[in-house]
Design a protein around this ligand. Structure first.
Ligand code: SF4
Ligand code: SF4
Length: 111
């Protein structure tokens, strides 16, 4: 009889990137290539107006898109207030307002 120490096997947390939906990432790459200049500094997230009021993180959205985890993106992108502050502080000149518009268009087109 094995003693029960209270431990259990955790569910698998690995991500199979090959099976994820990269359609939004591909659309964004084709229509707003400035996103490729992003260095992930987080200045956009630190200054985000929406992020002060609700759980919204534009850098996290970009990470989800690159990973192809689009369900979270579809929920979160609607929280953007489209103020453009993120774009003003971006050190790489990423056209963030158009990034957000393009993500919305990609979601419309890919369902
Ligand atoms: S501020 Fe610009 S470079 Fe920095 S994480 Fe945001 S988009 Fe990327
Ligand atoms: S445009 Fe959207 S993502 Fe950028 S700072 Fe404003 S609310 Fe945040």
């Amino acid at each position: 009889m094995v003693k029960n120490f209270g431990y259990k096997i955790l569910s698998d947390a690995s991500i199979d990137f090959d099976r994820n939906d990269k359609r939004i990432a591909d659309y964004l790459k084709a229509h707003e290539p400035s996103m490729n200049l992003c260095i992930g500094c987080g200045s956009c997230t630190a200054t985000c107006s929406a992020g002060h009021f609700v759980d919204f993180n534009i850098r996290r959205i970009h990470t989800f898109i690159r990973r192809g985890e689009t369900n979270q993106v579809k929920r979160d992108i609607l929280k953007c207030m489209f103020c453009g502050k993120c774009q003003l502080v971006c050190p790489r000149g990423v056209n963030l307002r158009n990034v957000i518009l393009t993500i919305n268009r990609a979601i419309e087109q890919t369902g």
